[in-house]
Design a protein around this ligand. Sequence first.
Ligand code: TRP
Length: 336
Amino acid sequence: MSAIIPSNIVMSGIRPTGMVHLGNYFGAIRNYVKMQDEFECYFMVADLHSLTTHPETAELKRNVRRVLAENIACGLDPNKATFYCQSHVYETGELYLYLNMLAYKGELEKTVTFKDKARQHPENINAGLLTYPVLQTADIIMHRASLVPVGKDQEQHLEMARNFVVRFNHRYGEIFPEPRAFNYNQELIKVPGLDGSGKMSKSENNMSTLYFADDNDTIKKKVMKALTDGGPTEMNSKKPDYIENIFALMKLVCKEEVIEKFESDFNNCTIRYGDLKKQLAEDMINFITPVREKTNDILANDAYLIEVMEKGAHKARESARKTMDLVRNAMGLNYF
Ligand code: TRP
């Protein structure tokens, strides 16, 4: 354990690959929106990380703007949180370099995400991919953050971040708090896909995922295609998984009375899944439409997006400069 007490600073990164879907919103963005009122928050578009797997940069400008616009449309407020692009904080490259000297090849090679990506792309196993968790650590500790709202898939990266922090503090002086995963009670929120299996994610099967960019017809088509059956034949029976999943999706966007009605229809075997899906489609459309429209308004206003990026870069770099002064002094890189 480090002697440094945890900070009340929140930091997280958002990959600019793919469009924002309902799983992203209920799993992450909604929490960011709540945290920005309660903590000092840094939310970052991880454009540099995307270079480890997507070296082609032609699409980056557009993808970065889209992810900024979609998150703002979902409620992330650049006036409350510091919302910035990773590549605008040049200090990150420096801190990443120092941390690389404290990261061992063996532990980096054992990282599950590295092994997965190396297997998927044997032709591009680059050093950036290997040191991905080091760059992530630099992002987090650049603001001396303790609280990192991320999903389970990032646990191992955070464990590595703690190791790098402990090594840094031990070698050069106690500067950084140990970062840890931080989430509100999320286990209770389930966002399954529409195909009856797994959770909603950016998957091959686009029909099972609802994106904020989907138009009303697409939403309706996707919801109406969700797997159902002829309905229960015995009173109060247990719901099959794919029906459970549809109810879980209803809980996200439908009124309580509506859910109760369909619950009781299910229990007394009078449920009509066609009606249920029509209702779900309508409520999904009502939920998604304002976000889609707001995203499009933001995307049409490039001056605003540039202002957001500049403001974010300014605030993030101010914090970065302070940290790097501490780091260079602690490391003895202050020759005059
Ligand atoms: N690795 C994270 C992901 O894949 C993105 C990320 C980059 C991040 N830097 C971060 C997350 C810093 C939390 C903190 O989603």
